[in-house]
Design a protein around this ligand. Structure first.
Ligand code: AHR
Length: 498
């Protein structure tokens, strides 16, 4: 089979904002405790952070990191997690039914972010708390000095303010599982008031209001409309969350999951613009796709993972990802980039151990899951501006999405380099793709990698940490401004050009 792609240098979607390569660290399972933080591990530094994990986070290339939840944030008392560690209380986390020791809080986490070179995106608790706690946290984190809470931060050993720009106004407040979940009307009012107060403290903040927890939520669309009718003038972003998994052995539909993400983005954009137009606002609301990933949620729902014990750092949501999962994840990144004019920020959920690209064993190694590879390569090679390519490819029938294109792609271009990212969704056929790169002004292929395997369900595990990795994409040619590549079935590939 064959496909053709052409690139128009003028068809710029957006300049790349590195926040599109964000991630997410929640106090959940072994993400923080026995994940990024494990005092006593041979690689741990004086704060108890594992430096082998820091190295992998840097290699992954994640930028902004959302913290500390997730569902966790809706019961979080931030005051518990600052000050002398030995005085911090142990609390029950109702969201994940586990014990929170508060040994890592915003001050420690900021120090960890300095090691990884990432920026903090903070969430406030609008589940059990409200405006006052949000303002207090903001003062503690961002006010330079000379006020009660900024001086408390200084006394706690952090002289410089954290300077956090992006703040989430709660988490998934549409979800019945959320502690303190609300109707769109109630949440919209609370979010608007909280945002207004936070911006009275600092008008340069960028605030994210909660959108839907998924496109299958019964309130999807209506939720966004109602919330934005209240909060439009006070917020900058609306959040989107989406998780995908293969269901019922239908790999073909699963490989087309990015079509749902596209539908999700288009629906939220048109809803937000509808509200903005009604309000005669000059502002456009951006999308923060601040939870996206593969998550075998159906299996977790059926298991007895959540039990009646109160455990420290339990093994929860530790999905082990396959080659097919990595191909879908790479495709979701293509979709995020192709919509980067409106999706200005995104967070892969999550980072370590919990539905994560990086896994660890207490006292043992840290390793890369299959999904690590498309993320790290895209974050490294996508530079400059995003160009939306014109793709001429055959389709295949799927049970969930109807006819889906066999090939998906995005192109990025910088002053002296370009990159083409490609997915072949065919279960059986290699596809030879020709890409007209004349308008990119490039002369050579500098890198060509692919993620595929004869066994689409191959995985990396503790016992076999390097079973799956990147392979060189063989037979790539650039002649007469035409790039020719042959994509193996069920594969994700990246080609760098200069
Ligand atoms: O990322 C795992 C969970 O998924 C988050 O805590 C929640 O926001 C979402 O439902």
């Amino acid at each position: 089979a064959t496909a053709r792609i052409s690139v128009d240098r003028e068809a710029v979607v957006a300049p790349i904002d590195r926040r599109i390569f964000g991630s997410f660290v929640e106090h959940l399972g072994r993400c923080v405790y026995d994940g990024i933080y494990e005092p006593g591990h041979p690689t741990a530094n004086e704060d108890g952070f594992r430096l082998d994990v820091v190295d992998l986070v840097r290699e992954l290339g994640s930028t902004t990191i959302r913290y500390p939840g997730g569902n966790f944030v809706s019961g979080f008392r931030w005051e518990d997690s600052v000050g002398p560690r030995e005085q911090r209380p142990v609390r029950r986390d109702l969201a994940w039914h586990s014990l929170e020791t508060n040994q890592v809080g915003v001050d420690e986490f900021s120090r960890w972010l300095e090691l990884t070179g990432s920026e903090l995106m903070m969430a406030v608790n609008l589940g059990t708390r409200g405006i006052e706690a949000a303002l207090d946290l903001l003062e503690y984190c961002n006010h330079p000095s000379g006020t009660a809470l900024s001086d408390q931060r200084i006394a706690n050993g952090t002289p410089e303010p954290h300077g956090i720009k992006m703040w989430c106004l709660g988490n998934e407040m549409d979800g019945p599982w959320q502690t303190g979940y609300m109707t769109a009307d109630d949440y919209g009012k609370l979010a608007a008031r909280t945002a207004q107060a936070m911006k009275a403290a600092d008008r340069t903040l960028e605030l994210v209001v909660c959108g839907s927890s998924g496109s299958a939520m019964p309130t999807f669309g209506d939720w966004e409309r109602t919330v934005l009718e209240h909060a439009y003038d006070h917020v900058d972003f609306i959040s989107c969350h989406a998780y995908y998994q293969e269901r019922g052995g239908d790999l073909g539909s699963y490989l087309a999951s990015s079509l749902d993400m596209q539908y999700f983005i288009e629906t939220v954009v048109s809803t937000a613009d509808h509200v903005g137009n009604k309000l005669k606002s000059k502002k456009k609301i951006k999308l923060s796709f601040d939870e996206w990933n593969i998550w075998y949620l159906d299996e977790h729902r059926e298991s007895d993972e959540v039990n009646d014990e109160w455990r420290y750092a339990p093994r929860q949501l530790e999905d082990v990802y396959s080659v097919a999962d990595a191909v879908v994840l790479g495709n979701l990144m293509i979709t995020l980039l192709n919509n980067h004019d409106r999706v200005a920020s995104a967070s892969l959920a999550q980072l370590v151990n919990v539905i994560a690209p990086i896994m660890t064993e207490p006292g043992g190694p840290a390793w890369r899951q299959t999904t690590f590879f498309p993320f790290s390569v895209t974050s490294r090679l996508a530079r400059g501006e995003v160009l939306k390519p014109r793709i001429d490819a055959a389709t295949y029938p799927t049970a969930v999405y109807g006819d889906a294109p066999l090939v998906d792609s995005v192109v990025t271009v910088d002053e002296d380099a370009a990159a083409v990212f490609l997915v072949n969704r065919s279960l059986t056929e290699a596809i030879t793709v020709t890409v007209d790169v004349w308008e990119l002004g490039v002369a050579a292929v500098t890198e060509a990698v692919t993620l595929w395997d004869d066994d689409v369900y191959a995985k990396n595990t503790l016992a076999d940490q390097e079973r799956v990795g990147l392979k060189t994409l063989e037979g790539v040619a650039l002649e007469a401004d035409t790039l020719t590549v042959t994509l193996p079935p069920v594969s994700w590939s990246a080609i760098a050009l200069a």
